[in-house]
Design a protein around this ligand. Structure first.
Ligand SMILES: Cc1cc2nc3c(=O)[nH]c(=O)nc-3n(C[C@H](O)[C@H](O)[C@H](O)COP(=O)(O)OP(=O)(O)OC[C@H]3O[C@@H](n4cnc5c(N)ncnc54)[C@H](O)[C@@H]3O)c2cc1C
Length: 418
C-alpha cells in the first residue's frame, strides 16, 4: 500500500504523523531540512489556551504602526512593494475587527483546551519521555496602568469565554515567583496554561515516530506535484519523485508557495522571532510574558529561554541584533536582580512563524482535491495547537466525524479562494 506523505516535518507535521500511525496508516514525512532545526525547536514552548485572541485584532493596526518606527520594537513589517505582502496586509486589516475576533475566541479556546488535554494524554502514554512539561500556568506581567486596563479587560473576556483567569497584585504574583524580585504593577494569571521544552519534545516525538515505523526523508525539497483528476499521485522533489495515496501539506511559512503550485491561494507570510538561553541561576519557576515588551520567558531546570519579536517578512533566518537587543534590554526592567549576559550571535536562535492574515490556522481538505490536506499557519500557537491539529487531520482523513464547532469555517483552507 502507498504511504500517506506529509511534506514538512515541523511540530505540526510530526503530531499529524503521530495520530495517523496510531490508526495503522503508513506515513512518510519529507523535509527540506534534517529534522533537527525549524521554527518548532527554539520557540518559547508555551501551551496557551489563554491565547484566544488572534494576532489580527482591533488595536493591532495602530499599535503596529507605532512599533514600526523603532528598530527594537516587538512587531515590524518590512515595507516593500511585494504583491503578496500587500494582499496579506489588506486581509490582515480586514480581519482586525470585533466581529471576526468574537467568532475566533470560542473556537480557539475549545481547540486549545483540546490540544492541551492531548499533551497530557501524550505525556501519560509516554511517561518515560521527559520533555519538561510544566502545567504551572502563565503569568502576564505588566508595569503600566494602561497595560493593567488592557489585561483586566482581557481577563474578563477570558472568564466570560469559560477560561480561568485572575488579576494578581504584585505581591500575589511574587508568591508564584519567590526567588527573584519582580518589578511590576501586577499580573494576569492563566492557571490552565503550561510550558514545555520544544527541542526536547521535538527530538522525543521524532524517536517515537521512527520506532513506530514512520519514514523520515531529510534534505529533500518538494518542488511540484503530478496530478490525476482530483488527486495528487506523485510528489516531485530535488531528489526524485514519491508516490502517495494522500498528501498533507505542513510546510509552515512556506505553505503558500506549495499551495500556489497546487493551484489554490493560501495567503501566508513569515513572522520571524528570536530566542536565546541564559542559565537559570535564580531558579525561576514560572513562565511569563513581559506584556509591554512582548517578550516571553520560559524557565527549565538548568536554563531560561527568552524570546520575542515578530518581523513580518519573506522566510529568512538572518539575525537582526537590534531586535535581539530589544528583547534583552526588557529583561532587567521586569527582573531587576536577574543577571543576564547578551548572547553571542551564534547562540541566538531565529524561527519563522507561519502567519495567516486572520491569525487562524488552515486545517482541512485542500480545494479541488480528494486526497490533499493542509495543516499550516498557526502563527504564535503552532506548538500549542499541534496535537489538536494532527488529531483533526487524522479524523478527517479516516472519515471520522469531527466536532462541527471545532472544524469551523474559520480554519477553512479554501477561505481566500471564495
Ligand atoms: C520566538 C518564537 C516563540 C514562539 N513561541 C511559541 C510558543 O510559546 N507556543 C507556541 O505554540 N508557538 C510558539 N511559536 C510558534 C511556533 O514555533 C510555530 O507556530 C510552529 O513551530 C510552526 O510549526 P509548523 O510545523 O507549522 O512549521 P515549521 O516548524 O516551520 O515546519 C515546517 C517544515 O516544513 C519544511 N518545508 C518547508 N517547505 C518545504 C518544501 N518545499 N519541501 C520540504 N520541506 C519543506 C521546513 O523545512 C520545516 O521543517 C513561537 C515562534 C517563535 C519564532
Amino acid at each position: 500500500m502507498m504511504d500517506t506523505v506529509i511534506v514538512g516535518g515541523g511540530i505540526v507535521g510530526l503530531f499529524t504523523a503521530y495520530y495517523l500511525q496510531k490508526k495503522g496508516i503508513k506515513v512518510t514525512i519529507i523535509d527540506k531540512g534534517n529534522f533537527t532545526e525549524s521554527c518548532s525547536t527554539g520557540n518559547a514552548g508555551m501551551i496557551v489556551p489563554s491565547h484566544i485572541v488572534p494576532l489580527a485584532s482591533p488595536g493591532m493596526i495602530s499599535k503596529g504602526i507605532g512599533w514600526m518606527f523603532s528598530s527594537k520594537s516587538p512587531f515590524y513589517i518590512h515595507p516593500r512593494l511585494d504583491k503578496e505582502l500587500i494582499k496579506w496586509c489588506y486581509y490582515f486589516y480586514k480581519a482586525s475587527n470585533v466581529s471576526q475576533v468574537s467568532k475566533a475566541v470560542p473556537v480557539l479556546k475549545d481547540f486549545s483546551l483540546q490540544s492541551k488535554a492531548l499533551y497530557l494524554d501524550f505525556q501519560t502514554e509516554h511517561a518515560q519521555l521527559d520533555f519538561s512539561l510544566q502545567p504551572k500556568g502563565l503569568l502576564m506581567l505588566y508595569q503600566s496602568k494602561a497595560a493593567e486596563v488592557e489585561e483586566t479587560a482581557f481577563a474578563s473576556l477570558a472568564q466570560k469565554s469559560g477560561l480561568n483567569a485572575e488579576i494578581l497584585s504584585k505581591e500575589e504574583a511574587q508568591k508564584l515567583e519567590p526567588n527573584q524580585e519582580l518589578n511590576i504593577r501586577g499580573a494576569l494569571y492563566f492557571p490552565d496554561d503550561a510550558h514545555l521544552d520544544p527541542a526536547k519534545l521535538y527530538g522525543l516525538l521524532k524517536t517515537v515516530l521512527i520506532d513506530s515505523g514512520v519514514r523520515l526523508i531529510p534534505e529533500t525539497v518538494v518542488t511540484g506535484f503530478e496530478k490525476w483528476g482530483r488527486k495528487v499521485n506523485k510528489i516531485i522533489s530535488d531528489k526524485g519523485s514519491f508516490t502517495c495515496n494522500n498528501l498533507i501539506i505542513c510546510t509552515g511559512a512556506w505553505s503558500g508557495a506549495l499551495a500556489k503550485n497546487l493551484g489554490f491561494t493560501l495567503p501566508m507570510i513569515g513572522g520571524k522571532g528570536y530566542s536565546f538561553l541564559q542559565p537559570n541561576l535564580s531558579n525561576l519557576k514560572q513562565a511569563t510574558i513581559l506584556t509591554e515588551a512582548k517578550v516571553t520567558q520560559s524557565p527549565y531546570a538548568d536554563f531560561v529561554r527568552f524570546g520575542g519579536t515578530m518581523e513580518i517578512s519573506k522566510p529568512n533566518t538572518e539575525i537582526n541584533l537590534n531586535r535581539v537587543q530589544g528583547i534583552f534590554s526588557s529583561i532587567q526592567k521586569y527582573y531587576p536582580g536577574l543577571s543576564v549576559v547578551f548572547p553571542e550571535k551564534k547562540a541566538i536562535w531565529s524561527g519563522i512563524r507561519p502567519c495567516s492574515p486572520d491569525g487562524m490556522p488552515y486545517i482541512g481538505p485542500a480545494p479541488g482535491y480528494d486526497n490533499v490536506w493542509v495543516g499550516a499557519g498557526h502563527s504564535m500557537m503552532g506548538v500549542s495547537l499541534a496535537p489538536a491539529t494532527g488529531k483533526m487531520l487524522t479524523d478527517l482523513l479516516v472519515g471520522k466525524k469531527v466536532d462541527p464547532v471545532l472544524h469551523h469555517m474559520l480554519f477553512d483552507v479554501d477561505r481566500y479562494n471564495k
